[in-house]
Design a protein around this ligand. Structure first.
Ligand SMILES: *Cc1c(COP(=O)(O)O)cnc(C)c1O
Length: 373
């Protein structure tokens, strides 16, 4: 079978193993996991690998991804991480649980839940310093009180999200605050909150530090499962696979060239004025990969290959120490941005490796010349 290029090779067995190890680690602390699938477009095969590894929920920020997983028969409970009033009807239809911070949206969710004969479960997100989504702590009790009056909404938990926009580190203080707020809501309103969702992949260090976990009994984990690292300092987590995804592209030119462009230097394709170091004549290779396929800053090459730069459709490599010929395949590792962009590009084929079968999936539109299968 001919494989498409460029393609992203996805190891389901490594993803499953990462999920299993993390579920064990967090499980010992009484913390359940939601596997977050947004960086992989809610790819059902990846969600299944996470479930096989032990996650109890699958969470995604896009309703389209939730719908895709629902259609494919994913068994775990599906959690929508970001809601919008205009999507209330489809949210109630496809998601079991959603994260919310606005009363208007909750009212619309309740309205549509009633129409669909359902009770929609929600987790209320509280702001603890990162300044992305969240009800202010001083408003939380009143907010939950109002939410409890909505006939077709059930408040099942409180959550918070850090280290995303503001880069705020989860620590004893903000996590302690979350526990305190949970107790306050439970005591003042007489409700039992089943889920206290304390954060994301940035919570690893906090959880591993041996300090009190408090009321927190859930985390929403994407990057740690997918790329094997925590996200406060992007440190590898011992025992996890970091090479679960490989982006493979084809060499389309390989020549000895000067390392310093000649002629008058003006703006490059993206409006920047580039700077170069003169290293004399070097072997350079071009791979058929560019910013239409991947956020090229998110590519990681093996040590013998140096990524010199990129444009929409070309990545230029210094291949002096690595004999590359036309038609050769080059593998790149990916960081989170690279993964997200490669999974989103219609030009990148997706291939599952490891386990029994190889299976190629291509999202549309299908680039010319690609083999479908
Ligand atoms: C993306 C997201 C997560 C997962 O973050 P990771 O760093 O990938 O673990 C968790 N919660 C919310 C609300 C998110 O948007």
């Amino acid at each position: 079978m001919k494989l498409c290029l460029p393609r992203i090779e996805i190891s389901l067995s490594k993803i499953q193993e990462n999920a299993r190890i993390l579920c064990e680690f967090y499980g010992k602390k009484g913390i359940s996991l939601m596997g977050v699938s947004k960086a992989v477009l809610g790819e059902p095969a990846i969600a299944r690998a996470m479930i096989a590894g032990g996650v109890q929920f699958i969470a995604d920020s896009r309703i389209e991804n939730i719908q895709k997983m629902r259609r494919s028969g994913i068994s775990a409970r599906l959690v929508l991480l970001r809601t919008a009033p205009s999507q209330a009807e489809s949210i109630v239809k496809s998601a079991d649980i959603s994260l919310n911070t606005e009363l208007k949206t909750l009212e619309m969710l309740s309205y549509h839940a009633k129409a669909q004969g359902k009770i929609h479960q929600v987790i209320v997100m509280v702001e603890l310093g990162d300044l992305r989504e969240g009800v202010l702590p001083c408003d939380l009790v009143a907010f939950v009180r109002k939410t409890l009056t909505l006939s077709h909404i059930q408040v099942i938990g409180i959550g918070c999200n850090l280290a995303c926009y503001g880069g705020v580190r989860p620590d004893r203080r903000n996590m302690g605050m979350l526990s305190k707020l949970v107790n306050m809501v439970q005591n003042e309103l007489g409700v039992a909150l089943a889920i206290v969702s304390g954060g994301n992949s940035a919570n690893y260090e906090w959880a591993n530090s041996g300090q009190a976990i408090g009321e927190i009994n859930n985390l929403r984990i994407g990057e740690s499962i997918l790329l094997g690292c925590e996200t406060v300092g992007r440190q590898a987590i011992l025992g996890l696979h970091a090479n679960t995804f490989q982006l493979v592209a084809e060499v389309i030119e390989s020549k000895q060239k000067a390392s310093l462009p000649y002629g008058e230097i003006c703006q490059d394709a993206f409006g920047d004025i580039p700077k170069f170091k003169d290293r004399g004549i070097r072997q350079r290779s071009i791979v058929a990969l560019g910013r239409q396929d991947v956020l090229t800053a998110g590519l990681k090459s093996e040590r013998r290959l140096e990524i010199l730069g990129s444009s929409s459709d070309h990545v230029i490599l210094d291949s002096e120490n690595c004999h590359l010929q036309i038609g050769d395949e080059v593998n790149f590792g990916l960081d989170y941005g690279g993964l997200l962009s490669a999974m989103t590009s219609p030009f990148v084929g997706k291939e599952f490796v490891g386990g029994e079968h190889r299976e190629t999936v291509r999202t549309n539109p299908t680039p010319v010349g690609a083999e479908l299968n």
